[in-house]
Design a protein around this ligand. Sequence first.
Ligand SMILES: Cc1ncc(COP(=O)(O)O)c(C=O)c1O
Length: 379
Amino acid sequence: MEKIPVFIPNIGEDTKLHVNDALDIGWLGMGSTTMEFEERISKFLELKNRYVVTTNTGTSALHIALKLADIGPGDEVITPSFNYVADHQAIKMTGAKVVMCDISDENLGIDCKKAEELITEKTKAIIPLHFAGIPCNQKEVFELAKKYKLRIIEDAMHAFGTSIDNKKIGSYGDITCFSFDPVKIITSIDGGCVIVNTKEEVEKLHRLRLLGVDKDTTERYKNKRAWDYDVLGEGYRYHLTNIMASIGNSQIKKIDEFIVSRQKVCQKYNKAFQNISEIKIPKTNFSNVSPFIYSLRILNGKREDLIKHLQSLDIDVGIHFIPVHKHKFFQNSKRGDMAITEKVVKQVLTLPLHSNMKDEFVNRIINGVTSFFNNLKKD
Ligand SMILES: Cc1ncc(COP(=O)(O)O)c(C=O)c1O
């Protein structure tokens, strides 16, 4: 039987043609193709008076977003422990302290009441995550940030294309970060971006992205170098190259097709599992969600047995996430009560989800899960 992986990249002949074209330009580093990718992202997210700066990873996007918000030693930044460790490492890179918060049982996003209890005079920013592409309680995050004058850096890595009240995440708010890593809905192999509200912030991000050098982005976007540059501050080497951006361009052209196909699979999963009392399905019909992963919860303590059953059927599964406070490097970081996180991590299971996924795969997965629970009844 053909093995079903959790993720499969959707790379076609069109992507190869884009890469060939980018190679033919003869300018491999950051350049006009990078600018084109930024323009396409802006168009897709329907940005008005908000601006895109691409980066070489989502993690570097988070890092320069934090630097832009002036986060550094002595500051505290709150983010869920139920998150990928990239956020916590990015906070540490600035010299600030990581403060880990619990999540809400409803959408596995940050619990703002518990977050409020963790706020001190040192708290400067909050990083909410839209887990699996499903919106967190964003309105509460915005209210909390307003009350305590915090910067919001949205980790929207999982939610490229998700809308809240008919507006795409990233098209409003404070700072938003996305990832285009190999398994995301669209990929540039590795890549990411930061979305901000002012051109002044764009300038700062350009310098943070490229070794503190001024003028360079403007020139490189014409596939040229600036020779009379100055260095105005701290900076990293985080820019996205023409070659990576060419892959991103080929992918973003197909994003609507990718999202619709993934929504359909998630809707099929939800329908197939909704009456299994031992399963908690995501609480959404996916109509406004751009689903990165399909994560459900197994409530009867039999998750490991289900994993074995699915593996015996050549179906791979994932676990998102091991909470970050469980990792050695972060076990002593400041954190609040983790009651929901501790419960949820024993329940979550990620089923395979691909763009334009084969029906045969979807049916095998649905049969694999339902047969497991039917067998339990017979025992
Ligand atoms: C929630 C979350 N935040 C941040 C990142 C980091 O993104 P990247 O892999 O592009 O550095 C990821 C990547 O998997 C993620 O899932």
